[in-house]
Design a protein around this ligand. Structure first.
Ligand code: GDP
Ligand code: IMO
Ligand code: MG
Length: 454
């Protein structure tokens, strides 16, 4: 980004100068990009943008429940498993051990990219230690349709992680070893058929069919599979920089999210270390990505949710429909207690605010500043989803700017009230904003001034 600073007023010039400092710092540090809220914050767009400055981009968790959108001019890509660094020629892309892989989904994604002129061969690496998703995982997800309704993506994610933790999962390395795999898969399908029957499901799977189907996937995975932890650590030792792409988000984390309305993996920044085999000491910065408002797809507590036409208008303007499932996303206002919690859990060093343009029409913008429960303001995020469900959000209303910000690429061009809104979020969350996204395309981004540098 080239900015002619000479013609700008003094204060803006200082701001732009600080922005440039932050810009130059990105790419020098090993960085985790993590979702602050309940997913779909625009992580894909941000990872694609930053990937230009990194040598290696790696996904550390989740599976094809993720949908990361990248818009390059009029081209739109949605990636579910492959890191969003692949659009940058020559960059290495790694799927780490923390990811659960449905080989059929990976195959589709590689083919989709190839069709559109992007060849991942020779630069996409998949961990030997990553666990695989099988048809029996989807079957179990359907069969176990009792108890709490979480509104999952139905892709077998939870059951695959269950098997991993239960020490009966099947990994990429197992699949590549014909004999081991044969035994494991037969046992797994047999066991899951019994369980499905016990849960009164009518679905049953054929062992040989699954085995045969996966034997084909073995040939897809064989040239891609390596010890990715070793690869990443060698790259780091050689002075290469690493960008770690989070999937899902803080409030969907298995430990720190709104349990049980969460996904089944460690989505927070700490998950990057275990999900890649990169030591925590190698992680030098954590970038939190948050919308200028808030969304959630699926069930679970959402204190700042907007009910009624105002929420529908934001859904329409922000095109808030799941990139993968097409489900309408629930919309709400920016939530400061959630933001502060995410900062604490992830150790966020910089914040990215996306979809600022979606709020352009509003005369006033409420921001949730606290949660009231039984007459008291809560000091910490409640552990019980049932409590979070009942909290009463406290709001402060900020003035809107009612002027278009879509596509702006310079901080100095933002309306004063939009800058005030960002400054307010920065001050109240105690987190420096380094980037602001003003549209879905790569270029529709601006580097913001920040208190943390310069
Ligand atoms: P992710 O899962 O965090 O990568 O986010 P998704 O790709 O699921 O959802 C984000 C959606 O918002 C995508 O459709 C993006 O193209 C779009 N998007 C990202 N940044 C912006 C922005 O600043 N403004 C607008 N209007 N859309 C954006
Ligand atoms: P990205 O990476 C938004 C939600 C599901 C459901 C819950 C559990 O695109 O931000 P699962 O299938 O994972 O067992 O479902 O988690 N969920 C997401 N919501 N963005 C995502 O990923 C999500 N991945 C899972 O809707 O509520
Ligand atoms: Mg998404």
């Amino acid at each position: 980004m080239k900015i002619q600073t000479e013609t700008l007023p003094n204060l803006v010039r200082v701001a732009v100068h600080r922005g440039n400092l932050i810009e130059s710092f990105v790419g020098m540090k090993n960085l985790v990009v993590v979702g602050v809220q309940w997913g779909d914050e625009g992580k894909g767009k941000i990872v694609d943008l930053l990937a230009e400055r990194y040598d290696v981009v790696a996904r550390y968790g989740g599976g094809h429940n993720a949908g990361h959108t990248v818009r390059i001019g009029s081209d739109k890509f949605i990636l579910q498993l492959i890191p969003c660094g692949v659009f940058r020629p020559g960059k290495k892309a790694v799927i780490g051990n923390g990811v659960v892989i449905d080989p059929a989904a990976l195959k589709r994604e590689i083919a989709m990219l190839a069709d559109r002129g992007i060849d991942v061969h020779g630069r996409l690496f998949v961990s030997f230690r990553a666990h695989l998703i099988f048809p029996h995982h989807r079957m179990m997800e359907k069969a176990a349709n009792t108890g709490v309704r979480i509104g999952t993506t139905s892709r077998g994610i939870g059951p695959a992680y269950e098997d991993k933790m239960g020490r009966r999962g099947i990994r990429v390395a197992d699949l590549l070893d014909r004999e081991t795999f044969r035994e494991q898969v037969r046992l797994a399908v047999r066991e899951k058929n019994l369980l499905a029957k016990a849960l009164e499901s009518t679905e049953q799977l054929d062992e040989s069919q699954v085995e045969g189907e996966y034997a084909e996937f073995a040939e897809l995975l064989r040239p891609l599979a390596v010890d990715t932890a070793a690869l990443l650590n060698h790259e780091l030792a050689a002075g290469k920089s690493l960008l770690m792409e989070g999937a899902q988000a803080t409030m969907l984390d298995i430990d720190h999210g709104t349990y049980p309305f969460v996904t089944s993996s460690s989505t927070v920044s700490g998950g990057a270390s275990t999900g890649l085999g990169v030591p925590p000491t190698a992680i030098q910065a954590v970038m939190g990505v948050s919308k200028a408002y808030c969304t959630r797809v699926g069930a679970g507590p959402f204190p700042s949710e907007i009910h009624g036409p105002e929420g529908e208008e934001i859904r329409r303007r922000g095109n808030e429909f799941g990139s993968v499932t097409g489900r309408p996303r629930r919309c709400g206002w920016f939530d400061l207690p959630l933001m502060r919690y995410a900062r604490m859990i992830n150790g966020i060093t910089q914040l990215v605010i996306t979809k600022l343009d979606v709020l352009d029409h509003l005369a006033e913008i409420p921001v949730c500043t606290g949660y009231k429960y039984q007459g008291e303001i809560l000091q910490e995020m409640p552990a019980l989803a049932s409590v979070l469900e009942k909290v009463e959000p406290v709001y402060e209303t900020r003035p809107g700017w009612q002027s278009p910000t879509e596509g702006l690429t310079s901080y100095g061009d933002l309306p004063q009230r939009a800058r005030d809104y960002l400054k307010y979020l920065e001050d109240e969350s105690g987190t420096a904003i380094c980037l602001v996204s003003t549209g879905p395309e790569r270029e529709q981004t601006l580097w913001a001034p920040s208190a943390s540098i310069g």
